[in-house]
Design a protein around this ligand. Structure first.
Ligand code: ZN
Ligand code: ZN
Length: 254
């Protein structure tokens, strides 16, 4: 599978982008960065987005992706999220105030609704376009679920934002042919208290999470906060675990 990292940071400036990933050009994981890095034609090819949680750095471009759908002759955009996350999105974002609820709007180009919401039960596999998605709760400040994606005989795991967690690693260890795990290291080790208070990882706690993962696949640290990226990167390297990697904003072939 191809993983396009549109944004690998938990903060943004001219050279760093908010969390957003694209698999095989059509399945997005989080939407901090989507429209801002994809052409109109590339956006039309995005068929589904999985949202890990409603923090702004993970949804910033989602309203705009939906709006652009209105002018595109492409199928409805399917939005996946765990049920509790979907409830928060509906109540706080697609509430007719911050942004319309486009699920009731028909696109003139297709005669179909612009967007479809697919709330997921935790741990339950769903199949979409021959791809299996499993939402697994993680430990963040608010309801949040990572996702395990199985496509073309390969598995990839995205935790989204999380502090130390368990369930998703158990499921990861039971998933065949995992080729990559994308988790986070938001703050450097000297800010462990801040990381703990905000339910994030540092390289040190990232290292503790690595010990819970038994699969032999690269485990990427994403969601680094500006201006700590250099410290975080060197501390990830110092873990001396060959699986530990820093996620870069580039295209990966897995
Ligand atoms: Zn975040
Ligand atoms: Zn968050």
């Amino acid at each position: 599978m191809r993983l396009k990292v549109l944004g690998a940071y938990g903060a943004s400036d001219a050279e760093h982008n908010l969390t957003g990933y694209l698999l095989d050009d059509w399945l997005a994981i989080d939407a901090g960065t989507l429209t801002s890095k994809l052409s109109f034609a590339q956006q039309a090819r995005v068929q589904a987005v999985f949202i890990t949680h409603p923090h702004a750095d993970h949804i910033r471009d989602l309203p705009h992706l939906i709006l652009n759908r209105f002018a595109q002759a492409s199928p409805s955009l399917t939005i996946f999220a765990s049920r509790d996350v979907m409830d928060l999105l509906m109540k706080n974002v697609f509430n007719g105030i911050v942004w319309p609820d486009f699920s009731s709007v028909i696109a003139p180009a297709t005669g179909k609704s612009v967007v479809q919401y697919r709330p997921l039960a935790p741990g339950k596999k769903v199949v979409f376009n021959s791809v299996t998605l499993t939402a697994i709760p993680v430990d963040h400040q608010i309801p949040a679920s990572g996702v395990i994606v199985e496509m073309g005989g390969q598995g990839i795991v995205f935790t989204g934002d999380t502090g130390p967690t368990q369930k998703i690693w158990k499921q990861t260890n039971n998933t065949p042919n995992v080729v990559a795990v994308v988790t986070e290291a938001s703050f450097p080790n000297d800010q462990q208290q801040l990381a703990d208070d905000t339910a994030h990882l540092t390289p040190e706690t990232f290292g503790n999470e690595l010990k819970k993962i038994t699969v032999d696949a690269p485990v990427y640290a994403s969601h680094r906060k500006i201006p700590f990226e250099r410290d975080i990167e060197s501390q990830i390297r110092n873990l001396r675990d060959r699986r530990a990697r820093v996620l870069l904003e580039k295209n990966y072939t897995l």
